[in-house]
Write a protein that binds this ligand. Structure first.
Ligand SMILES: CC(C)(COP(=O)(O)OP(=O)(O)OC[C@H]1O[C@@H](n2cnc3c(N)ncnc32)[C@H](O)[C@@H]1OP(=O)(O)O)[C@@H](O)C(=O)NCCC(=O)NCCS
Length: 170
């Protein structure tokens, strides 16, 4: 039987997240490599502040890291953005979808006032766009300008329970 785990990111994950992030810069709205110093600063001032950021590590049953999901809360307290990266060898097996729903569920427990989640995607990142649509995100072209990418959004107001629409193979 396979299982997926979810835990908050810790300092010990910072280097791993940095590597994964730089390996997937092709998916970034502004594709530039982040230096280690810049990454530490961001981790200290942003990731470590649970009012601003919830960063989750997805693991398999043995604790092996499969990817991460990050939520950043906007100043209004009602909107958050999501971004995620799966380790390339674990993609397209259903893990990302399961991880997204689990992380969303946990984050809503911590930030119950958030009613809208947004994902900003590069126009050429077709796979990611399909992924968000599959997970009940819809296009909101009026918000594209906020981060200069294609905005996909999902309303959280009526989704009270955990909803998992994919299951891993294997
Ligand atoms: C986008 C991303 C996070 C998706 O993660 P993932 O683990 O590949 O996602 P899933 O496996 O759940 O779904 C992807 C595809 O796998 C396939 N899939 C889903 N469940 C499956 C299963 N049980 N068995 C086999 N294949 C499956 C589906 O075809 C799905 O395609 P669809 O979304 O078009 O329907 C991942 O591709 C990634 O890290 N990309 C690089 C970074 C990026 O683009 N991030 C998004 C921008 S913020």
């Amino acid at each position: 039987m396979t299982a997926i785990g979810l835990r908050p990111a810790r300092w010990i994950d910072a280097l791993w997240v940095w590597r994964q992030r730089n390996r997937s810069i092709h998916a970034d709205l502004v594709p530039h490599r982040v230096g280690l110093r810049e990454h530490w600063r961001w981790w200290r001032t942003h990731v470590a502040d649970s009012r601003l950021c919830q960063l989750w590590i997805l693991t398999d049953a043995r604790g092996q890291r499969l990817g991460f999901v990050r939520f950043d809360r906007a100043r209004d307290g009602r909107t958050m953005t999501v971004s995620m990266v799966m380790v390339s060898r674990y993609r397209n097996q259903g893990w990302g979808g399961l991880g997204l729903e689990l992380a969303l569920y946990q984050t809503r427990v911590l930030w119950p006032a958030v009613s809208r989640v947004e994902a900003y995607v590069r126009p050429d990142n077709v796979r990611a766009q399909m992924f968000w649509r599959r997970h009940r995100f819809v296009r909101d072209s009026l918000a594209d300008h906020v981060f200069d990418g294609l905005c996909y959004t999902r309303s959280l107001t009526h989704a009270a329970g955990l909803s998992v629409s994919v299951s891993p193979s294997g």
